[in-house]
Write a protein that binds this ligand. Sequence first.
Ligand SMILES: NC(=O)c1ccc[n+]([C@@H]2O[C@H](COP(=O)([O-])OP(=O)(O)OC[C@H]3O[C@@H](n4cnc5c(N)ncnc54)[C@H](O)[C@@H]3O)[C@@H](O)[C@H]2O)c1
Length: 231
Amino acid sequence: MKRILVSGGAGFLGSHLCDKLIAQGHEVLCVDNYFTGAKNNITHLLNHPRFELIRHDVTFPLYVEVDEIYNLACPASPRHYQRDPVQTTKTSVHGAINMLGLAKRVRAKILQASTSEVYGDPEVHPQPEYYWGKVNPVGIRSCYDEGKRCAETLFFDYWRQHNLQIKIVRIFNTYGPRMHPDDGRVISNFIVQALSGRDITIYGDGSHTRSFCYVDDLLEAMVRAMISPAP
Ligand SMILES: NC(=O)c1ccc[n+]([C@@H]2O[C@H](COP(=O)([O-])OP(=O)(O)OC[C@H]3O[C@@H](n4cnc5c(N)ncnc54)[C@H](O)[C@@H]3O)[C@@H](O)[C@H]2O)c1
């Protein structure tokens, strides 16, 4: 049994990750400030003896004892992360610094929930991991894209400088139960429009492609990445 911190644990992906880790027999410490998450997502876990919930903003330091950290705290859709762009950058950058600092203090393994948005508006399709991206540093999406890129930089420097065990997972569009119905993203738009009997909106000429992933598959990949051997 490991003691595992999930930041952003009351969100869409984080709450499913808490479920999975509890089912695997671990102790789970869920940390969230409810910026976009909801207590409803984790109510069923509140009385579980191996589950603990802390209301906390990751832009402030946290002192706890854990073996692993999954850093998911960050609003994920443009509608949410553009609501307070300065806070979005702070959450990615200060959040990463605080979680990495914690990992360094207690020698925990740490995984970053990064994003396909680190590629920006890519010129290469599909994007291989060695592609560095084409990113705008001054646009209205930059708070998210550049925040996540800086978080990746911090993760790699903690690895090189402090020999921390780090993992980075670049997540592409993920869907499943508890996703935000009003986040303006393609799958939620399709589902909400279909359920309300409206036409389904396809932008452009219909030739766009996206990479979609079901939440259970993503979480299996995240947990496998966390336990994968160090390079
Ligand atoms: N869902 C996707 O398709 C997708 C794609 C790429 C990357 N990601 C990344 O995965 C992670 C989780 O995404 P999600 O879809 O579950 O989004 P979500 O909005 O449902 O979850 C994010 C959680 O982080 C919490 N949070 C935000 N700022 C915080 C702060 N300062 N301190 C503490 N908690 C904070 C929110 O309250 C919420 O519970 C995010 O880091 C996101 O960038 C998700």
